[in-house]
Write a protein that binds this ligand. Structure first.
Ligand code: ARG
Length: 468
């Protein structure tokens, strides 16, 4: 019989019992549920609502249950709808009336909201750590291959040469923003709804601030109706996961391209590649593709929760039970993809020669040749036109700008001198772009230093919370 069976003559069918249960999903939150119940019981005793003896029996009983769950010895019974009822009913079986007093001044509605917030906080901490690991890998790749040059692309066409380190750091900043998004999701989750009871608050003199503090929350919710039905903090977490997956997907798309024989910029390690069952020569970037593919389901998790929430009247509705599975899936998927991409990127080989050879094709110096003329006084639009003609000549002859003679240059414009070779040299072209955030060596050195400082701060934040 369910814990709420008092007013019923019949139980639900086996099918509806299972259909209505959230236990298979929410048993993952057993630790959070026990922590919330311990804090609630202690507060009830401190407020004189239950006896200190009862509170002690409850806390000890809950610790036993936690140990049993962790040892894999706890019998989860699907006749208990969720983790909250499972734990409470076994507690009451074990310790009697004291267990039956635990739910005083509380509802599963504020209980599930509290557990979900604690669980979201835990997921954010875990993901922030994984994100920092990947940021570390990107920084290391940038350092180890600092002045390697590759073509920068727009429209997937060769555009201008850039440093490989600059390219890696571009991803670093995306993941730094993902860290900040997760930190915001964590802050949104870290407000305590416990004490809102079913929807309207309670007649018992609860000390909500005490339970919130005991559970490490930053504060308490200020409207009981909102508190039991708000899942914005899960949407924030879903969104942070979806954006991080989108970033991983972009990175993986480049890994797929770069590991193809057309590019050959990188070679993936065997441990992050797969073969083909029919083509013996194949080495496929499966894990980059899979990460790219998993982005879809995480975006789906975000959209699913948004749609579930839409049109829900205040306050708690059973629809809300659909909130947890998607968030857990999004967080697990992101966690696994981050782990995978960290391994893949820290073991791949960077093919410096292939990158440089590619950068030497496709007239990557064209902008700098035009700048050369503009700096000698020719209006930039006219310089652009002159270089356009030179590129056309190269196309006709099947050569590159660096293959043209000084006479060829002078035939288009007499401002060209022997020093034009400087404007054609890829390392010089890159080195000259030293505006803040540019790909010049000096600018990238400063960028790298800033990235390392920021990473150190963010690593410390996550580590500090672990110790606390
Ligand atoms: N299993 C429910 C959930 O996950 C817990 C809260 C149920 N409250 C209720 N009044 N049915 O949302």
């Amino acid at each position: 019989m369910a814990l709420w069976s008092g007013r019923f003559e019949e139980g639900v069918s086996e099918f509806t019992q299972e259909f209505g249960a959230s236990l298979p999903v929410d048993k993952a939150m057993y630790k959070q549920d026990i922590a919330g119940s311990c804090a609630h019981a202690k507060m009830l005793a401190n407020q004189g609502i239950i006896s200190q003896d009862d509170a002690q029996a409850i806390v000890a009983g809950l610790k036993d249950i936690q140990a049993q769950i962790e040892a894999g010895e706890f019998e989860f019974d699907i006749n208990n709808e969720d983790i909250h009822m499972s734990i409470e009913s076994v507690l009451t079986q074990n310790i009697g009336d004291a267990g039956a007093r635990l739910h005083t001044g509380r509802s599963r509605n504020d209980q599930v909201a509290t557990d979900s917030r604690l669980y979201a906080r835990y997921l954010c901490d875990d993901l922030m750590e994984c994100i920092n690991d990947l940021r570390g890998v990107l920084v290391q790749l940038a350092k180890d291959n600092f002045d390697v040059i590759l073509p920068g692309f727009t429209h997937l066409q060769h555009a201008q040469p850039v440093l490989f380190s600059h390219h890696m750091l571009a991803y670093y900043w995306m993941f730094a923003r993902d860290f900040a998004r997760l930190e915001n999701a964590r802050a949104a989750a870290n407000i305590c709804p416990l004490g809102s009871a079913a929807l309207a608050g309670t007649t018992y003199p609860l000390d909500r601030l005490a339970t919130a503090e005991e559970l490490g929350f930053d504060g308490v919710t200020l409207n009981s109706l909102d508190a039991v039905s708000d899942r914005d903090f899960l949407l924030d977490l879903d969104y942070a996961c979806a954006v991080a997956m989108m970033h991983l997907s972009r990175l993986c798309e480049e890994i797929v391209l770069w590991s193809s024989s057309e590019f050959g910029y990188i070679t993936l390690s065997d441990s992050f590649s797969t073969g083909s069952s029919i083509m013996p020569q194949k080495k496929n970037p499966d894990f980059a593709e899979l990460t790219r593919g998993k982005t879809g389901r995480v975006v789906g998790d975000l959209v699913a929760l948004l749609v579930t929430m839409k049109s829900l009247p205040l306050a708690y509705n059973k629809d809300l039970q659909e909130d947890k599975e998607g968030v857990m899936d999004a967080a697990k998927t992101l966690h696994d993809c981050l782990t995978c991409v960290c391994g893949m990127m820290s073991t791949m080989k960077v093919n410096e020669d292939a990158m440089m050879a590619a950068a030497s094709k496709g007239y990557l110096a064209a902008t700098d040749v035009a700048d050369y003329l503009a700096k000698k006084g020719l209006p930039f639009r006219k310089a652009h036109e002159v270089v356009g003609h030179l590129v056309h000549t190269c196309e006709v002859r099947g050569c590159d700008l660096s293959d043209l003679t000084l006479d060829d240059f002078k035939a288009e414009c007499d401002l060209f001198e022997a020093d034009i070779t400087g404007a054609l040299d890829l390392p010089s072209i890159v080195a000259a772009r030293n505006t803040i955030g540019g790909t010049g060596h000096e600018a990238v050195r400063e960028q790298l230093a800033a990235a390392e400082v920021k990473l150190a701060v963010d690593v410390k934040l996550v580590e500090g919370r672990k110790e606390a």
